[in-house]
Design a binder for this molecule. Structure first.
Ligand code: 5AD
Ligand code: SF4
Length: 487
């Protein structure tokens, strides 16, 4: 028989000893979950940083419900796959993982298998039709109800086992009304505090990029009240977090839509003024919403790091129009040049799509020239993938798959060349590096990041994760640097 563990309301006494996560998150109403004596949860995350952060929220809620995290699905009572549907490849990866989970379920009928995230929202009930052993399917808007959903799964099972009724699969998709959406606070356990953390400031997206499924699987844009953000950052800083990455699909439009709250530039200023955070970053930005006040922040905010991820997607105005990106190449270059003028030490990274329907050699050439003109320190490039619900699927795609693959190769070769040149220019500089990881086995035992978000491997006896130390860059690879402790 499974034992019972309980999630209680704010005013209940501590049910799980002194778990700091529980203290921070006890806002759910009283719910009883039949978890094993120490029920273990395994979460696999596909996709972007937003998904990573969603998984962190789920772990946080599960911890309150008495679950322990495990990295071994064979050791878990709950296997949860948090999915990505931005490109078709990610969806195929999920399907193959789900196929591999079947024998686990056959062996242990008590195992709960759940699919969360963007594919859950995209496929809805079809997912459970295709994989009938899925106990729970829920979209990104339903994360905060995870404990309730798990108790429903167990209740349905009980009904099925006791012959009361046929056990139903639990499915929660669709979106909450803007005004009803609530963000989940995430504070790591004190002993697991990382050097840097993500903080959600927004969910969903109101843009209309013709290739992108995000607005359909993550819903309308909702900004998180700024005081909640400041409180979460203060909590993280108290635990030792040095660097925060603010997260949203289009952070530049923070506060403009629903809250009547402060603007994004004002939020950056508040973080500098009202917290003791050392290093601040954000992602991701849409060029159409980058205004002078954000450029001013890069120039004046003492904790905002001089690195800007600004996806351009294509260098051709014709393709940008078909993508419905709402800016031109000239407008994009204006932002870049203005920032280079005001903040000479700034570095850029970007996202690019190649092989968008109708893309010609000339359009692609314009993407290459934009790459060179900006001189990105890193880029993420993808072959266009047609996605359900999006308007680009209606454009006839006359670009052969082979041509798309070739263009991606050419682009990535150019990217490697530019990144290598940029990294070589770092040699000799002394950078403040935030230590993120220790590798006991290797010669350079520490891994950290410069303010420009570049990975550096180095050695500094006695130094550890979470410290910011001066490092002289001594050697460059295309995608990483090596250095010496420079105290
Ligand atoms: N096909 C290929 N790449 C895509 N992206 C978004 N949608 C698609 C798609 N349908 C890329 C964009 C975006 C990044 C997160 O993923 O470059 O900025
Ligand atoms: Fe997708 Fe465009 Fe929204 Fe980014 S801004 S999430 S690319 S619709």
């Amino acid at each position: 028989m499974a034992s019972k563990s309980t999630i209680r309301s704010e005013h209940d006494p501590l049910p799980f000893g002194t778990n700091p996560l529980f203290l921070e998150h006890c806002f759910s109403p009283a719910i009883t979950i039949a978890a094993g004596p120490v029920n273990k949860a395994y979460i696999k995350t596909f996709g972007c940083q937003m998904n990573e952060q969603d998984s962190a929220q789920m772990l946080s809620l599960l911890s309150q419900a008495g679950y322990e995290k495990t990295v071994d699905p064979f050791d878990a009572g709950l296997v949860l796959l948090n999915t990505c549907s931005i490109r078709e490849k990610a969806v195929h990866k999920l399907y193959s993982d789900l196929g591999r989970l079947r024998p686990l379920k056959d062996e242990d009928p008590d195992l709960v298998i759940a699919v969360a995230g963007c594919v859950a929202e995209q496929e809805k009930a079809k997912l459970q039709q295709r994989f009938p052993y899925l106990d729970l399917v829920f979209g990104p808007d339903h994360i905060r109800h995870l404990p309730q959903m798990l108790s429903e799964v167990k209740e349905e099972r009980r009904k099925g086992q006791e012959g009361e009724a046929k056990a139903k699969r639990v499915l929660r998709t669709g979106f909450e009304k803007r005004q009803d959406f609530e963000f989940v606070n995430v504070l790591p356990k004190e002993e697991e505090t990382p050097a840097k953390a993500f903080v959600n400031i927004q969910k969903g997206c109101d843009n209309i990029c013709s290739f992108c499924i995000v607005p359909f699987v993550r819903g309308r844009e909702v900004s998180r009240p700024h005081q909640e953000i400041i409180d979460e950052i203060n909590g993280l800083v108290e635990r030792g977090v040095q660097e925060v990455m603010l997260l949203g699909q289009n952070v530049n439009s923070y506060g403009l839509k629903n809250t009547g709250d402060i603007t994004f530039a004002e939020l950056l200023q508040e973080v500098a003024d009202k917290t003791k955070l050392k290093r601040l970053r954000f992602t991701t930005s849409h060029p159409k919403d980058v205004k002078d006040d954000l450029i001013d922040q890069f120039a004046n905010n003492p904790i905002l790091l001089p690195q800007f991820h600004l996806p351009f997607q294509s260098g051709s105005d014709r393709i940008l129009k078909l993508m419905r990106r709402q800016y031109t190449r000239e407008q994009y270059m204006h932002i870049v040049n203005e920032l280079k003028r005001r903040v000479p030490d700034i570095r850029f990274s970007t996202d690019i799509i190649v092989g968008f329907p109708t893309e010609t050699d000339d359009d692609f050439e314009q993407t290459l020239t934009l790459m060179k003109e900006v001189g990105f320190d890193s880029s993420f490039s993808f072959i266009y993938s047609p996605r359900p619900y999006t308007s680009a699927v209606k454009i006839e795609d006359d670009v052969p798959q082979k041509v798309k693959a070739k263009r991606l190769q050419v682009l990535q070769d150019l990217d490697r060349e530019i990144c290598f040149e940029k990294n070589k220019a770092e040699v000799g500089r002394v950078e403040d590096v935030l230590i993120e990881d220790i590798y006991e086995q290797s010669e350079n035992t520490l891994k950290g990041r410069t303010p420009h978000n570049k990975i550096v491997h180095f050695d500094a006896p006695g130094r550890t994760i979470g410290q910011i130390v001066p490092v002289k860059i001594t050697k460059a690879n295309p995608y990483s640097l090596f250095g010496e402790f420079a105290a």
